[in-house]
Design a protein around this ligand. Structure first.
Ligand SMILES: *Cc1c(COP(=O)(O)O)cnc(C)c1O
Length: 363
């Protein structure tokens, strides 16, 4: 099976093998060493000196952590959204009683930093801004550097979902001034699902002091206290820690710049491939097309669900369909992390074959 979904992503054999190590005391000296080493390595991948915490939760747990630790009920959040994952921040904030000002862009479009600026001018009461770096539902990478500069200039708290970009696409957290940045183990970090990570700036800790949203499992104050002792507040997914430790050491050996270059080449390869088939990308501007996931419109006359099925059942390639309003209308090809050119070429030729079987004639 050629697993080409945008997470969970394929995991190298040596990383998988770590998962079969015997259990140990998560409040003992060996785990303490692992926790400190993994945290330091994650800070390198985040390019940050900020505090960083490891949660046993999927990425959405880290999103919820970002909302409940830095906001109070009634606070206003400017929720910048270019797709399903951008809207998720708004949903979580609403569930906890925040007031949400949505700033939405249509599918395929990136967030316009000028419109973010305008919204901040119109909403001086907005204490924080949430944004997705790489929108996995549409294959669009936002210009986070420009958005962060605007948010800094207006002195608000910036919360970034970098779940499908961190460790894959450049995101220098400190240089760009991103207060809260979160990601998860199963996308760019070549590790099975189960852990997520969140970095916290000094400004974010100040917001934490004031924030009154209800929280318990995800209370970062508890994570900070336990970290001093080399522990996490609750039982962590120990096996995923073992795997992550190995994956991060592999990544840092390769070097971040080399990973970014390789990832960019993978993105180009897939975009050129789908264009050769005469298909249209969902991102309206090539400059904002994601290098980690490529979203493609299903051509007219082809059943999008059948396309995903034929690829999986007949040709051994697992791609993702569209979510929400894009269900059945697009397919998404994941190419993040542990992936070889050959696997992408095989996926592209399978796509050509599947389309042909469904009556589409590529040029
Ligand atoms: C995968 C993903 C999520 C959701 O993560 P879960 O681990 O499924 O909770 C959120 N945001 C983005 C951008 C993602 O790619």
């Amino acid at each position: 099976m050629n697993l080409r979904i945008p997470g969970p992503t394929p995991v190298p054999e040596e990383v998988l093998r770590e998962m079969s190590r015997p259990m140990l005391n998560h409040r003992g000296p060996i785990f303490k060493e692992i926790l400190y080493r993994v945290t330091a390595r994650l800070q390198q991948v985040f390019q940050t000196r900020n505090d960083l915490y490891i949660l046993t939760a999927s990425g959405t747990g880290a999103m919820e952590t970002a909302i409940v630790n830095f906001l109070s009920p009634g606070d206003t959040l400017l929720a910048v959204s270019v797709g399903v994952f951008g809207r998720r921040f708004a949903q979580i904030a609403q569930a906890y009683g925040a007031r949400v000002v949505p700033l939405e862009f249509p599918p395929g479009h990136a967030a316009d930093p000028e419109r973010v600026e305008q919204a901040l001018r119109e909403h001086p009461e907005a204490v924080a801004v949430s944004v997705t770096h790489n929108e996995t539902s549409t294959g669009v990478t936002n210009n986070l550097e420009a958005i962060a500069a605007v948010v800094r200039a207006h002195d608000r708290l910036l919360i970034v979902d970098a779940i499908s970009s961190l460790g894959l696409i450049p995101l220098p957290v400190d240089r760009w001034g991103c207060d809260v940045v979160l990601t998860a183990s199963q996308k760019g970090l070549m590790t099975p699902p189960g852990l997520s990570f969140i970095s916290v700036s000094e400004r974010a800790w100040q917001a934490y002091q004031r924030a009154r949203m209800p929280r318990f499992y995800f209370d970062l104050g508890k994570y900070r206290d336990y970290y001093q002792r080399g522990q996490t507040p609750w039982t962590p997914a120990v096996s995923v820690f073992f795997a992550l430790d190995r994956a991060l050491s592999r990544m840092l050996e390769t070097g971040l710049e080399a990973i970014y270059r390789r990832q960019a080449a993978m993105g180009r390869l897939v975009r050129e491939g789908v264009r050769r088939l005469g298909l249209a990308l969902v991102p309206v501007e090539e400059g904002f097309a994601s290098d980690t996931v490529t979203a493609v419109w299903v051509p007219q006359g082809v059943d999008g669900r059948a396309l995903v099925r034929v690829l999986r059942e007949d040709l051994g390639v697992v791609v993702a369909g569209g979510q929400a309003e894009l269900e059945g209308r697009i397919i998404r090809i994941g190419h993040m992390g542990y992936v070889e050119e050959g696997e992408l070429e095989q996926a592209l030729s399978a796509l050509r074959e599947a389309l042909a079987r469904l009556g589409y004639r590529s040029p």
